[in-house]
Ligand binder design. Structure first.
Ligand SMILES: [Cu+2]
Length: 289
């Protein structure tokens, strides 16, 4: 196009601004929210990245549609008001226009449906599991089991402000992290022991309800090492906001070392859960006093 302001260029500009808002800059810390953040945390799994691309695409599309409708409204208000157009046309039908405003939205919906279904199928297309982790939601902490590794199980309880080590984010860090190897397919089996919870890790593009008496499965393949934080995302009671999820993605060698250590450590160690239970009980006693 000769005018230098073609539709493609406008789309590219929108796409650039959309991805500016929804992907973290290089300096941002992976796996946790940052100050003044707009849009998503950086995706570190193929699914999370596909979600962000789909989101950016929809943002461009709805922006173009909204601006188009706004332009039509402004045009109608100015061009066809009583003063500017005292003798209105008596036209009631226009076949071509009616076909167009039916067909064009159908085409737009189809353009949305194709990547939407592709993403949905990708989420439910489970690759063979390298590691399986079971996450059990409790009021108000998570229990993790590694069913491939005997009876390895532990609780992950949120660290209170005075327990945080330097660099650990408030309300997100836990006493025990879920540890998984990088670039491996991790299946997560999610359930709950009491009420509905939800196992959510934004950087993995994972958000799955934890339903008592039912196991729901999801998967992720983290392609970067680091600690990735999430939170319970289903209102589950008084301390709903205080049962975070911390997943530490490590190299395969580090994972093997951790497994050996964890098997010994969690075989006998008392868990933070007991402490939490007594804290919950005392809070409840205070409330009902
Ligand atoms: Cu919960």
């Amino acid at each position: 196009m000769a005018n230098g302001f073609s539709g493609a260029r406008i789309c590219a500009a929108f796409a650039a601004s959309a991805s500016f808002f929804s992907t973290a800059p290089a300096w941002a810390q992976l796996g946790q929210p940052r100050d003044w953040q707009l849009g998503f945390q950086e995706g570190v799994t193929p699914i999370a990245r596909q979600m962000i691309v789909f989101h950016d695409f929809l943002l461009v599309l709805i922006t173009v549609i909204t601006l188009f409708v706004l332009a039509l409204l402004v045009y109608v208000a100015l061009r066809f008001n009583k003063k500017a157009n005292p003798k209105p046309s008596k036209t009631t039908h226009h076949t071509l226009l009616e076909v167009a405003w039916t067909v064009v939205p159908i085409l737009i919906l189809m353009v949305i449906a194709v990547p939407s279904f592709r993403l949905l199928f990708a989420q439910y297309d489970f690759p063979e599991a390298d590691v399986t982790v079971k996450a059990i939601g409790n009021q108000w902490y998570w229990t993790y089991e590694y069913p491939d590794n005997g009876d390895l199980t532990f609780d992950a309880v949120m660290l209170e402000d005075d327990e945080l080590k330097p660099g650990q984010p408030r309300l997100l860090a836990t006493d025990n992290d879920v540890v998984v190897p990088v670039n491996k397919n991790v299946h997560v089996l999610i359930t709950a022991s009491d009420v509905l919870h939800n196992w959510t890790v934004p950087a993995f593009g994972v958000k799955v309800d934890a339903v008592p008496g039912r196991i729901i499965r999801t998967w992720f393949r983290a392609e970067k090492t680091g600690i990735f934080y999430g939170q319970c995302s289903e209102l589950c009671g008084q301390r709903h906001a205080f049962m975070p999820i911390a997943v530490r993605v490590v190299t395969e060698a580090e994972y093997a070392i951790w497994l050996e250590k964890a098997k010994k450590e969690f075989a006998s160690a008392p868990s933070g859960k007991d402490e939490l239970a007594s804290k919950n009980a005392s809070q409840l006693a205070e409330l009902t006093r």
